[in-house]
Design a protein. Sequence first.
Lengths: 143, 436
Amino acid sequence: MKLTQLSVFLENKKGRLYQVCALLGKSKINIRALTVAESEDFGILRLVVDKPEVAADALKKAGFVANFTEIVAVEVGDHPGGLSSVLEALDKKDINVEYMYGFVEKASGNALMVFRFDDPDKAIAVLKEKNIRVVGKKDLGDL
Amino acid sequence: MAVSYWDKEIETINRNELKKLQLKRVRTVVGWALKTQFYKSRLKKAGVNSPDDIRTFDDIRKIPYTTKDDLRECYPNGLLAVPMEDVVRVHTSSGTTGTPTVIYHTKKDLDHWTEMVARSIVCTGATKKDVFQNMMSYGMFTGGLGLHYGAERVGMTVIPMGGGNTKRQLQLMKDFGSTVLHITPSYLLHVHSKLEEFGISSKDLKLRKAYLGAEPYSENTRKKAEALFGIDAYNSYGLSEMNGPGVAFECVHKCGMHVWEDNYLLEIIDPLTGELLADGKEGEIVLSNLTRQATPLLRYRTRDIAFVHKGGCDCKRTHRRLSRITGRTDDMLIINGVNVYPSQIEEVIMRIPQVGTNYQIYLEKEGTLDRLIVKVEIYSKMFRGDLSEIDALKARIIDDLRASIIIHPVVELHEPGSLPVFEGKAKRVVDNRVKL
């Protein structure tokens, strides 16, 4: 199951990240995972939140440039070789990982990772075949 | 100080004789001009139907001014006065809105231009014994080819290197003992800052003179360049509409640029009223080319601001001396010697769909060179969330700008609404360059 990630364009300007987080806090939105991809003069903040539509509305109203991106959250065994076994399965089926980052919390002793795939549907099928758990929207609320 | 001439008779001509010659030549140019689509109607409207309508020097004032916009509207051949087969060279410049301007030259026209440049070179005390390294761009930019042919006519040893590639420039200077450079002042200072890096001492070089042009600079910059290299630096003035370099040049006394008035009719006017100003008064330079047949240009408003020095020069040349260019009547920017209009930049960035509505142009000094920074707001609806996409956008803006204005800019992307918003006339250009 695919999840929605919020991508926010941010200038490299002091206090800008704080402003996003403050706004989300005020809008009662909980951040589950977060990473920043940075370039020289700007960055892209990637967020997985409990209520992406509400978050996007609030951000856009405040003048932020934000958009949705489809991602897949995957349970990865929290032990040596855990991640590599997931990647191996994907690699064998020629699925490309554009980027990935970790969740703040764990699910049932496993690590949770966010993946951006070039072909998310195919990736999910491969993962299911290998009995690797993909986290759904509902699970997100329960975390 | 020893003074040498290329053509002593004409350079020291009595002012009355000079005026007579100018009048004669204006009449000839009017005859050529009447053969062009543009001047045919323009001059007739002003009551000039034939050269005979210009009988006295004052009659020249009947001729209306020609502007850069006129030139644009004439593109490509509204100002062509000869059959195309007689044209041997074309120089175009890019326009602000994509409409370029063009100047055609016959063989004879080029010959006149080359003469003016040769005269300019000799006027600075250079001779055929000098090794001339031309560090201005060749091609459509008239600075390169203009000086090149003039230097060859003088008989100098010419190194046609063109701009850029400092390491190679220095190697050439060293290996061939270059004595005279043609270069922008900012590049000259930059070259000095690289000497150490390339392991060259200014003692290894035989430089004597530098011809500085293509961008405004101050007396202090000249002094700095002269002290750093132990050379004499001469100010020069030219513009592609008047062929290019060789309109005015400093002599060995370095006290203003002699305008070669047998070839160029010089007037200084009030840019607002169009009224003629006396020597010593600052105003817009208006020039007529007195010898060019293929593209006659009469009373052309250059938009450069300067004044004419009063009094004669110790070199005994009778051609009046022009001050440094102190400004422009329009918003043209000169960035590392290249003329750029802010509207050219706007043209380029606004046709890119991912660009928002606001932008700003910053000019900074980086060492001695100019740096152009274009700040652009992105268009939020086009944002897909990918970093690579944003990087590609940045690369595209840089490429498109470089293709249009030759200069390699720094592009900064900003969030919508983050650049200052202006009510009324926007202040799009912030020039932080400290005047050299």
